[in-house]
Design a binder for this molecule. Structure first.
Ligand code: RIB
Ligand code: CA
Length: 323
């Protein structure tokens, strides 16, 4: 089968680095390009991280287009350097790339690529949805030109990771997330309901360092800071050994093997103000409510359960086989 054309919109980020390595390594995926967005780090750093990760993953022919430096409406939030390190990659001092980003900016790159390969591209968004919302504003016909949009973000039943209700990517730009989910495209959300169940333990990450060559070594080193962060949180006491959530790579696993995930569907909104800002809310019963906010909106799919062991094996085996 022809590899599936993908673009990853990303804010690297340690778990973003894992997702990019996965995309490069899997023979069923054809990584056309990366677009970058603020989030785990400022957009300039996200762009230089994207370039240097691709170089380290033997994918220096893959272009990078830089995107939004701030959310559509709200003031930017601080970057979580206590989670991903000052450099966004666990403070491992990867050398800078000698390559430059494209002159074309991210939203234009997404629209341009969709026009070049109509119906063929899966856009995988693993940062705040600002670039996706900007691409949609540039070309309202974009949803019909993509094969699929797969989003890592949000939480339905699982508590949030940046507030009791909100997940980081959706809180990063709640207005963009709400705009994107209001549109009728084949969109699937891979949120904390599943990504918190796919834990990569140190014994898994060590396998990468032992068996996945230079790429595995970069991921092992980058994950030290990230795993330490997880170990410092209350959730660590529930883990059998130190580890971290897979997050962004789970969106790629959904693209590759959607049968490993169970979904619910419904009109979906993201709260844009107040104490619940960033919360994803779905009308999964299709009720007609007193408040109109979920009325006449398309249904979005949201993953609610996952075969975590098989997703983890898919990720580890892919990286090991490619080494
Ligand atoms: O909530 C997890 C998401 O937030 C991931 O995309 C991670 O990289 C951070 O940006
Ligand atoms: Ca991310």
């Amino acid at each position: 089968m022809k590899p599936r054309k993908i673009i990853i919109d990303t804010d690297p980020g340690v778990d973003d680095a894992m997702a990019i390595a996965f995309a490069v390594a899997h023979p069923g995926l054809d990584l056309l390009g990366l677009t970058t967005v603020f989030g785990n780090v400022a957009v300039q750093l996200a762009t230089s991280n994207a370039l240097k990760l691709l170089d380290n993953f033997n994918a220096s022919s893959v272009p990078v287009a830089a995107g939004a430096s701030r959310p559509l409406v709200q003031d930017p939030l601080p970057h979580p350097d206590f989670v991903h390190g000052q450099d966004g990659l666990g403070n491992i001092d990867l050398p800078d790339s000698e390559r430059q980003q494209l002159e074309m900016e991210a939203a234009h790159y997404i629209v341009d690529s969709a026009n070049r390969f109509p119906g063929e591209i899966t856009l995988i968004a693993v940062g705040p949805l600002t670039n996706v919302a900007a691409a949609l504003a540039l070309d309202p016909e974009l949803p019909g030109k993509l094969d699929q949009l797969v989003i890592m973000g949000g939480a339905l039943d699982e508590p949030g990771n940046v507030s009791p209700l909100a997940e980081a990517n959706f809180l990063g730009d709640p207005h963009a997330a709400d705009r994107v989910l209001a549109v009728d495209w084949p969109a699937v959300v891979v949120g904390l309901d599943v990504t918190h169940k796919i834990m990569l333990y140190d014994s898994d990450l060590k396998q990468l360092s032992d068996k996945a060559g230079a790429v595995g070594e970069v991921l092992w080193r980058a994950s030290r800071f990230y795993v330490n962060y997880y170990s410092s949180t209350g959730a660590a006491s529930e883990l059998p050994e130190p580890g971290c959530a897979m997050h962004d790579a789970a969106a790629l696993a959904y693209v590759l093997e959607p049968e490993l995930f169970e979904l619910v569907h419904g009109a979906t909104r993201v709260v844009t103000e107040g104490i619940a800002i960033g919360q994803m809310t779905m009308n999964r019963k299709g009720y007609t409510y007193l408040l109109p906010h979920w009325q006449d909106l398309p249904a979005t799919g949201c993953c609610v359960s996952v075969d975590a062991e098989r997703v983890k094996s898919l990720f580890l085996d892919t990286l090991i086989a490619a080494a």
